[in-house]
Design a protein around this ligand. Structure first.
Ligand code: ATP
Ligand code: MG
Length: 270
């Protein structure tokens, strides 16, 4: 059988066909190439492997494979995986902005079967983990995400309506005027770790969505497809991105296997 591996900056994602010929998924920390190797040796030693992602070359060396493993350009693999998932989920779009929220964020435009990279940002999943760790001391991704859902951003952020109190609002009052500006402007308020984490999610979601919305405006596109493992089990980030994208009259699309588009594309290639 075959397996597709996307070795990213933070996570190594694997897509493969199980015994019932169903597409299945597995992920490892990219700091655990040993785990990847053991998984392949124990369960998939005779599989044909196709690699993609920024750390593919490092993983290839680590696997010490006798055969030279095929490599697929990350963006091509990701687009293939996105197209496949859209077909599976019966979503159609002839033109869309695609944002891959990985360790960092990469933004692409897709027209029919062609695609090109148009923007990027260092604000991504690594920022979520890094700022989260710096501000709360927590290191576990799942723990951070779970705790952030109990947080209130009202003590962290300043809203337009906070500033324009008793004045006629020039723009929607519920928009964030200043992410984390509340820490200095509302100093008397108590803030929990949950609140800080919710505020961090706000930064990631609003920065990424803003970049995508502007890219969509510039290219006359309505659909924005958000992918990347940063969305995995992260309903708060999805809600932040979704509501802001809708507010700006764009159509947000999330795929079921958020982080696995690259791995799926690599699986389908070989
Ligand atoms: P890049 O594409 O930028 O090279 P990547 O492919 O490793 O990086 P993704 O796997 O799409 O990126 O996303 C990584 C992010 O997903 C992390 O920064 C973190 O926010 C989030 N994440 C989801 N699950 C986990 C997990 N189990 N452990 C650590 N981070 C996780
Ligand atoms: Mg990636």
């Amino acid at each position: 059988t075959r397996i597709g591996i996307d070795a990213g900056g933070t996570l190594t994602k694997i897509a493969y066909w199980d015994r019932e010929n169903k597409m299945s998924f597995k992920s490892f920390l990219s700091s655990d190439f040993q785990g990847v190797r053991e998984w392949i040796e124990n369960k998939h030693s005779s599989s044909a492997i196709c690699l993609t992602g920024g750390r593919a070359e490092q993983l290839k060396k680590f696997l010490l494979s006798k055969q030279d493993l095929p490599y697929m350009v990350e963006f091509d693999a990701t687009m293939n995986g996105v197209m496949y998932q859209m077909k599976q989920e019966v979503i159609s779009s002839s033109s869309a902005i695609i944002a891959n929220i990985g360790t960092g964020t990469s933004i692409h435009i897709m027209h029919d079967k062609t695609h090109s990279r148009i923007a990027g940002s260092g604000i991504g999943g690594g920022t979520l983990l890094g700022l989260g760790m710096a501000l709360t001391g927590l290191t576990n991704y799942k723990e951070m995400i779970a705790l952030s859902k109990d947080g209130k951003r009202s003590t962290i952020d300043v809203l337009v309506s906070d500033i324009y109190k008793d004045n006629k609002l020039p723009i929607t009052g519920s928009l964030t005027a200043s992410n984390f500006g509340g820490v200095t402007l509302k100093p008397e308020q108590a803030r929990s770790r949950a609140d800080l984490l919710a505020g961090i999610q706000g930064i990631i979601g609003e920065v990424v969505a803003t970049l995508c919305i502007q890219a969509a405006e510039a290219h006359g596109v309505k659909d924005i497809i958000y992918i990347g493992s940063t969305l995995e089990e992260n309903s708060l980030l999805q809600e932040i991105i979704e509501s802001y994208t809708i507010l700006k009259n764009k159509n947000p699309i999330f795929l079921e296997k958020h982080g696995y588009s690259g791995a799926i594309g690599a699986l389908l290639e070989n």
